[in-house]
Design a protein around this ligand. Sequence first.
Ligand code: HEC
Ligand code: HEC
Length: 453
Amino acid sequence: MKMIRRLIPIVLTSSFASAQTQIDLTQLENYANQPVPGYITRDNTTVGNAITDMGATLGRVLFYDKRLSRNDTVSCASCHIQSRGFSDVATASTGVAGQTGRHSMRLINARFSGESRFFWDERAATAEAQATMPIQDHAEMGFSGTNGDPDFNDLITKLSSIEVYQVLFEAVYDDPSITEERVGRAIAQFVRSIQSFDSKYDVGRAQAPNDGAPFPNFTMQENQGKDLFLRPPNLGGAGCAGCHQPPEFSIDPVSRNNGITGVIAGGTDLTNTRAPSLRDLVGPDGSPHGGFMHDASLLSLRAVIDHYNAIPALNANIDPRLIMPGGLPQRLNLSTTQKDAMEAFLKTLTGSNVYTDPKWSDPFDATGNLNAIILPVGGSAISREEVNGTMHSRIATSVVPNVTYGFQSSENLVNWSETIPVKAAADGSIELLVPDVPGETRQFFRFCYPPAP
Ligand code: HEC
Ligand code: HEC
């Protein structure tokens, strides 16, 4: 296949200032190496799909793209809202064809758990498997292949016709083809990247030898609440830690249900054995992200504590830890002071950065466009050679076939040359010959998409 070969005249006149919200693959957000406190050890990352900055960036775009729904109206973020802890204040969330059957789950610290299954009833075996299920749900995003809906292959066809996705998949997977597996892996990386470790609890935990020791930054009331949370009922505690395992506050993988058996639309459901991490139960302003539990039936932390204080009734799948020695449902007999302390402690589990950090925010602009995607050019793609007495950089790389990119160069990574459109050959190759600029020692190169940002 004949390569495109071009001599590039560089005119360093314009500077292209980077907008805040653009996707810049030369300056990726840090998803892969975020600081995680040393006391956090539980991790459900699927072998072979560790977070990469590039993969999570693609996942972020997919997570916020309404085109992943049948009628372009619903994205993952419609029901998992950053400012609401990636949950939804509505009891049931609205999808393309009706309401969800359960309350939306917070996605914070989903990775840091001994439980690797997802959903309230754990029906998804991994985050990767989970990630494409809402897309294939008739009510949620509508590529179900049932009830007259298009199916997932139709979504693949739809996404494949969107050039920017070819550019992104090529950048992440070195190949522009879009598959269900790749969509799931990228979204799972983004979801697992959503983390919150800047709570008052974390400040205290870092200073204490273990969870049980009093935290120096806690009030007496918060330390009392922590003690109640940790200690089992037979030792005067409330036994919460048995199922919501600190310091992750993730659900014990073998937990059964907690006596909440309602269904939003009416009925009984005994299958809910998973809870999201109890971190960020309430936002930084203290308000909950909608009702608690799968049916959002408990509207305050106090209502949650009252539930465990006196479990209303036994059921066929209730966790044995909530049954008292005589066979009756749990009665903790907490005093008002103790309930207040427990509530104060639960509020220390809320962080602040996760609600606003741009790396987890919507990358689309108000009109639904994605700002310039900028791709690095470096390493083995560049070689040096002399042509007619002048040194040149030869750029030979592979991108998406037949797609037109914008090419730019810079001496200082701040001012970039005017954008020169270059179209990749039918085999995806691009080859350029760029003369050195007299008096300059270094040149940097990049491709933009769209070609004229
Ligand atoms: C129409 C609303 C809606 C949409 C759209 C939606 N979700 Fe959800 N999500 C929910 C609800 C409701 C639950 C709980 C459902 C259940 O357990 O049955 C949930 C649960 C989850 C969970 C499980 C969390 C846990 O800790 O087990 C993950 C992860 C998740 N969603 C990610 C996504 C992703 C990724 C997308 C987009 C591909 C998405 N959601 C689209 C409403 C929605
Ligand atoms: C036997 C295991 C078990 C024990 C003990 C337990 N929980 Fe739970 N908890 C669960 C399960 C399972 C769920 C999910 C239930 C559902 O929604 O149906 C849950 C849900 C919750 C939720 C709602 C989370 C959300 O995202 O809506 C809160 C809050 C909570 N528990 C707090 C506590 C506190 C506080 C204690 C101690 C007083 C406690 N839990 C004791 C198993 C347990």
